[in-house]
Each structure stands twice: as C-alpha cells, then as structure tokens.
Design a protein. Structure first.
Length: 726
C-alpha cells in the first residue's frame, strides 16, 4: 500500500480530476488507450504536463512545420534545448528565446528571474558558455499603477538574476499597450559560444547507464507550472502563486560551471535542463530521443523536505537542476565533481532497453508509462480560423497638430529611452561587450578572436494585428534590419510566439497567417529557425493580448575592428533610404489619434528587403557609410528624435513628403549617416547632423525644437511615469 494518500483511479475518473490538470475528456480517454488501463494519480499528472500547450504545442505544431530549419551554417535545429549555428574556426553560436509570461503576471520578480535562469540553462546544457542576454517585454500603459508595479518587478528580476550569475544583458526591446494590462510578456533570450565538438544532446541511451540528478533539492514550487502557462489568467491566478518558481542565481552560477566541466568528460552520454515539467520532461524526453527506457528511484532524489510524493517530485519545477546520463561505472567521478562545486547530486536511476518510464519509491512502482507515446502522441488540434473583414477606413492625419503628435510620440515610453530599465542590468561583465543596450543590437566579441556576435530581439504586434500575414513578415524583417545595421551577416533566428487563446477563431487565424508570413520571410532573408517557444492563452480579464510573435536573431561580424571608424558627428549627412508611403495601419500615430488598430494590408517586398539590407551592410563594413538606423515605430520623425537624443547631436532635415508621412510606418526604410554627396541606392540626402537644434521640414509642416527639449522628452519618458502618483 502506498505511503502517500492520493486520489484513486476512481476519484480521477468520477471527479474529473484530470480536467483540473488541463486534460479534456478525449485526452483522458487517449491516456487510457495508451496505458491499456486507467492511469493512477502520478501517471495522469505526468500526461497532463507533457500534453500541456507549453510542452506539446498541440495547437501550434502544424504551423511550426512551415519554418525552414536547415542551412549551410545550421549544426543543430529545433528539438534540443537550443539551436547551434556555425561561425567558422570550429566555433558555433548557440541561442534560444523563451517566455515566462504567466509567472511574471502573478509574481513579477521571480517570474522574470526564473525565465532568465531557465534560458541560461538551455544554452549551457548544449555545452555553450553564455555571452549575452536579451529580453523582449510588453506591459500595459504606465499610467496604470499595476503596470508600473509589474515593470519594476520584472526589471528587478531580470537584473537580479543576470547580474548575479555574471552574464551581460546587452540588448532588448519594450512596448507599452493597453492590451497587455495584467498580462505582461516576458521573453528572455540567451546567446552562447562553443566549439563544435562539445555539442551535447538531451539523449538517454545505453542500457545500464546511470541517471544523475544535480542542483537544488526538489521542493513543491512550480508544480503544474507548465499547465499554469497553458491556460488563461483569471482572478483565480492569484491563488496559484505557489506555481511560480524561485530562482537562485548563486546556485545557478555553480550549476553552470559544473555543467560545462561535466561536458568536458568523455563519459557523459546526455544532459538536459529540468525546465518546464521538471523531472518529467527531462527524463521522458531524453529516453524518447535515445529510443530507450528509464527507471527512476525517486527515494534517491534530493528533496527539500520530507513527505514529497512521487507525483510532486515529477511535476515540481524547482529551479537550478540538470539531469545527466553517464556511462555505467563512472557515476562516482561525476558525483565527486559536483561535490567540489558544492552542489547536491545523486544517482537516481538507470537507462533500460525497454520503452518504459518506470518510477519507483521505496521499491513500490508508482508509474509505468510507454516513453514514445508520452512524448510523441500528444494530441494535435487543427481548428478553423476566421479572418476578420478588412477595414475600409482611409487614414487622414493632414489636419492634425503634427507638433503635438511629435511631442506625444517622442515622449512616450515605447519610443523613449530605456535607460531606466537597462541601467539595472550589468551589460559589461565579461569585458567582451562591444555594443551594449541603448540604441540598437547588442554586440559581443568572441573571446580570443576578432569575431563578434550581433544579437537582436524585436516584435511588432500592432503590425501583426493589422495584417497577420504581412505583419509576420515584418517582424522577421525588422529584426533582420537590426542585425545588418551592425554590419553583421544575419545567420539564423529563434522565435517566441505569444498569442491569446487559439480556441478563439480570430486568434487562431492570426497564428496561422502570421506564421505563414514569418516562414516566407525566413526563407527570403536566409535566416532559418533553429529554436523557439510558443506561449498561448495570453488573455487579461477583458480581452486577448495583441498577437506578439517575437524574433531573436544573431549575426556574425568577421572582424569587429571595422567599427572603430564608425563615429558620427555634426556635419555628417543624413539620408532616407526607401520610398515613404501612407502606411498607417498598426502605426503609432493611429494608436494616438484613433485609439485602434485598423485591419488593412501592410505591403512588404522581401526580395527588396534582402538586397537593400545586404547592400547597406556591405557599405557599412567597407566604411562607405557610418551608421544604419532602421525605421520602425513612429516613422521618420521618431527615429530622428531618438538619433538626436541618444547621440546629443542636432538635426536639420528637409523631406519632400506630406507632414503626416513623417509618422508613416511602411517597411524597408532606413536613416543613413555618411559623408555628403554619396550615391546610395534608393536613397535621398535629406539634411545634416548639427551641433544643436532639431528641425524637420516637409512640404506642408515643420517641427522645430531645442535639442535639449527633445533629449529631455526622450530621456524622461519612462522615469516620469514611474515617479507619478495616482
């Protein structure tokens, strides 16, 4: 008889306890078919987390298959903890982005901190040493006290973890919009570097090989965290605070160093982070990938307190833990190594030649599950989407007070300086940061070489809402622009797909159409997808978030020394690259004036996008131009304000367009800084950088400010909100 008092199979069936775990009636019946009997409490818990949206992607898997995942430089694509891409000289860059949205809504500090910790372990488990962190954040408007609370907590959590573990946070992006009220998005990205021959996979194989647990002792924190991330937030979410895990960056640092040391040992067979679904996902996925079975003896698992049941051990998402498979007979070598790092470690099982995951506690069998169906037979749902009608609205902002529009947009937290945020992050630790947070992509030198990795993260949710198909293309293209703006060759990308409930036909259509557009852009821009994450059911109490696919991209700079000659100053000429069109659907002026997002087509030419971007990149690396600034939110006017305020330089510009077009947001445009008189394809010289002043003149409007006014509005955009009192 079990020493743990748990619901019986009859309780599970009659009280529909499986439904509370997130399984439907049909899914429960499928579990019975797989097992050939009714599942016990531990078994149904395991199925519920492995078949959750967060782990199985049951609503998004068909769309993920569209993405190109291979290329000349791709060494390892989706399916492992992170993607691996060749950068030459037997070296590779490893990267991935992950979401921690729901936990951050309930407990912002720990939700964000553990999001950072989890993505770091994904990179380390592949065998790479992390060199940079990035984040993409979404909050409601900072006029609301709760959104300010969430921002403080999230930023403190990101900084608290990253600073302690010693990895620089080198770039990021933040947007504020009412759709994120109460449901912030916290997407964390990590980039690492390694040698080709150190690449690890989360594989368990070789009957008799030993399974080693290392890291923090298991507690009850994070139980059903994967399920929590797969359901809509509600008033009940506050009661689920225990589902939020607790990070420990000091242990995380020791685990990182010890893992990298373990990977140097030839007797290591496989390794995987215990992330979402904890010991359940790591053990079952490793066994499935190795086409093997696994026996676990849960009474050997290090625990934080007595009385933790097998169900709780398997579903706990206690942080800072790894699972290793090592050659039989070498386990003591690894245990001694982990002891030297002052980490708890234990042999908790062995690999078998069966196809079963068997869990024992004090010789009693608590679960006996076939491995492959658990991992591979999660249900996949193909639903019917519903495209909304296209709006016939004609945007006309010609009669608006464009000076007021400029002031409000230039001083809005979405467009203003993010110094309030990134100053809480250490962006220089490791001494290899070449370009840090503030204006553009992060750049980190590959230690011991002249190479550097450019890394960017971006998302354009209003564009995706306006036109999911072309908006999906634009998200990829905007991140591509950010990479080529550093002079780097774009290599590959990772994505985090943040949407509302896929059971809503319109949201399902957004997911379907935007991923189609993203896949086309990946092919056209030669940036295959090597890793990613899906986060659905992002809803606040009244509506869904805007569809928010986020793209992380890396690029390679072969010789970073070319950047030494790229300083800009007064007297340099400004060029506008690309035609300006009256593209206002999803724009910031539309948000300000109309308080809506109109559903209209947003055009983008991907062939032009690629050729234009690569030509500008070449000219930058050859020293022919000195700065590339892609245009995005807020259009020409906001970009010039950001450029002036960040560099402390004035602007004197005259553009042959209508005044309202200063705020148009069509694709494939840049502001370039170079010597006057340059012949730049598809570009027109529009003015100069100056010592002081800020003036933009169009056919029918003029915006003129003191440089100090522009700088003050830009710098104060977030701090003024954060010090306001309700």
């Amino acid at each position: 008889m079990s020493r743990f008092i748990e619901p019986t199979t009859e309780d599970i069936r009659n009280q529909k306890l499986y439904a509370e775990m997130g399984l439907t009636d049909a899914e429960y019946d499928k579990v019975i078919d797989i097992l050939g009997r009714e599942p016990n409490y531990t078994e149904i818990g395991i199925f519920s987390v492995m078949w959750s949206e967060h782990c199985s992607y049951k609503h998004s898997k068909p769309f993920l298959k569209q993405f190109p995942t291979s290329g000349d430089r791709v060494l390892m694509g989706p399916g492992e903890g992170a993607g691996v891409v060749d950068i030459g000289d037997n070296q590779a860059v490893v990267f991935k982005v992950e979401s921690h949205n729901h936990p951050s809504a309930v407990e912002p500090y720990q939700g964000a901190a553990t999001g950072v910790g989890g993505i770091i372990r994904d990179i380390v488990s592949i065998g790479a040493r992390p060199i940079g962190l990035l984040n993409s954040l979404r909050f409601g408007e900072l006029t609301e006290a709760n959104n300010r609370r969430l921002l403080r907590g999230v930023v403190s959590g990101i900084g608290g973890y990253g600073n302690c573990i010693g990895i620089p946070t080198v770039s990021g992006e933040v947007e504020f919009d009412p759709s994120y009220d109460g449901n912030p998005l916290v997407n964390a990205m990590c980039v690492g570097v390694m040698d080709h021959d150190k690449v690890q996979k989360g594989t368990a194989k070789g009957a008799g090989n030993k399974v080693i647990y290392v890291g923090l002792k298991t507690g009850r924190d994070g139980i059903h965290g994967a399920t929590f991330a797969s359901e809509e937030l509600s008033e009940e979410s506050e009661s689920k605070r225990p589902s939020v895990q607790i990070g420990d960056p000091f242990t995380g640092k020791k685990l990182m160093e010890s893992t990298l040391a373990a990977i140097d040992q030839p007797e290591l067979v496989g390794i995987q982070d215990m992330g979402a679904a904890g010991l359940t996902s790591s053990s079952s996925e490793m066994a499935a990938k190795g086409e093997a079975g696994m026996n676990l003896y849960l009474d050997q698992v290090p625990v934080r307190e007595e009385g933790i049941s097998p169900y709780e051990m398997m579903l706990s998402e206690t942080q800072e833990r790894m699972l290793l498979v090592v050659e039989d007979g070498t386990e003591q070598k690894f245990l001694d190594m982990f002891e030297d790092f002052e980490l708890d470690a234990a042999v908790i099982g062995e690999v078998t030649d069966s196809d079963r995951l068997k869990l024992y506690y004090e010789d009693e069998l608590y679960a006996d599950i076939p491995v492959q169906p658990l991992s591979d037979e999660a249900p996949v749902y193909i639903l019917e989407g519903e495209k909304p009608e296209t709006d016939e609205k004609v945007h006309d902002y010609s009669k608006e007070d464009l000076n007021r529009v400029f002031d409000e947009l230039a001083g809005h937290p979405t467009h203003g300086s993010k110094r309030y945020i990134y100053e809480q992050y250490d962006n220089q630790v490791g001494s290899n940061t070449v370009q840090k947070s503030g204006f553009g992509s992060g750049i980190v030198r590959v230690e011991g070489t002249q190479k550097a990795i450019a890394m960017a993260i971006d998302g354009k949710s209003r564009y995706v809402y306006a036109d999911p198909y072309n908006g999906g293309k634009e998200v990829v293209a905007q991140t591509f622009r950010s990479i080529i703006a550093t002079g780097a060759e774009p290599l590959a990308m990772t994505d985090c797909l943040n949407y509302g409930s896929p059971e809503n036909p319109e949201i399902y259509s957004q997911l379907e159409e935007s991923t189609k557009g993203m896949a086309e852009a990946c092919r056209a821009l030669a940036t295959p997808v090597v890793s990613g994450n899906v986060s659905l059911y992002n809803e606040n109490r009244t509506a869904s978030i805007l569809p928010s696919p986020v793209i992380g991209m890396v690029g390679l700079i072969e010789d970073v020394n070319f950047m030494d000659g790229l300083s800009i100053g007064a007297g340099d000429a400004l060029y506008l690259v690309g035609e300006t069109e009256k593209s206002f659907a999803g724009s910031q002026i539309e948000k300000l004036i109309d308080d809506e997002v109109s559903k209209q087509v947003r055009g983008i030419d991907l062939e032009l996008e690629y050729s234009r971007g690569m030509d500008l990149r070449r000219r930058l690396t050859e020293g022919d131009i000195r700065k590339i600034s892609p245009l995005g939110r807020g259009g020409i006017a906001v970009k010039l304000a950001q450029l002036a305020a960040f560099h402390g330089l004035g602007v004197d510009v005259s553009v042959d367009i209508d005044g309202e077009d200063l705020f148009a947001e069509n694709a494939s445009r840049y502001i370039i800084v170079a010597d006057a008189g340059k012949e730049i394809k598809d570009a027109v010289e529009i003015g100069r950088l100056t010592e002081e002043g800020f003036r933009i003149k169009t056919r029918d409007a003029e915006i003129s400010r003191d440089l100090a006014e522009v700088a003050e509005a830009w710098e104060g955009a977030i701090p003024k909100c954060m010090t306001s009192v309700d």
